[in-house]
Ligand binder design. Sequence first.
Ligand SMILES: CC(C)(COP(=O)(O)OP(=O)(O)OC[C@H]1O[C@@H](n2cnc3c(N)ncnc32)[C@H](O)[C@@H]1OP(=O)(O)O)[C@@H](O)C(=O)NCCC(=O)NCCS
Length: 167
Amino acid sequence: MDEQGFRVRVATADDISSIMATERRDGFERLVGRWDEATHRAAFAQPGFRYFVGESAGRRFLGFALVRDWASPDRVTGIKRLAVCEPGQGHGRRMLRHVIDAVFRQTEAYRLWIGTFPENERARRAYRGAGFVEEGVARGNAFFAGASRDELMLSILRPEWLARQAL
Ligand SMILES: CC(C)(COP(=O)(O)OP(=O)(O)OC[C@H]1O[C@@H](n2cnc3c(N)ncnc32)[C@H](O)[C@@H]1OP(=O)(O)O)[C@@H](O)C(=O)NCCC(=O)NCCS
């Protein structure tokens, strides 16, 4: 738990409805992907996916992060999706910090990556603030709402994470 009483826990299947509601919040339709319940339940059951939820003392659900390729043999892990219920209050960045720590502490990952649409300035700022480095644009990398869109790729490597521990 951090100084604001914010903490991140591994999700349970009961969190899927809140995750789906968050994916569908007004204004998120151009920013974040969404899955139906069957797709979430299938992913949730896979060892390669790890679902995290942010919460505080008074609120059981403040947002979520879906991690893919958890503990993958090639030591590359990705954050598939991330969204908070109330953007702009620092919950996303705090969540990222916890998820990054979990990936590097609990697995042997060397690289953790995340992608965003380049115009999502709020996400870019949150990701850079958490230690991700922008790598470049992967053209047409996201098929989203029926169209292929460019995706800005960011990553943090284990040595960079370790260096931040010393700050
Ligand atoms: C992306 C997201 C997880 C970031 O979490 P957050 O809690 O909003 O992050 P923060 O409150 O720490 O804000 C991040 C930065 O964006 C800035 N910011 C806040 N609102 C902003 C806005 N409307 N436009 C641009 N920047 C904004 C903040 O000032 C902060 O920057 P700074 O620390 O350099 O000052 C969250 O905004 C979100 O869920 N957005 C909707 C879904 C989404 O875009 N998901 C990501 C898909 S890749």
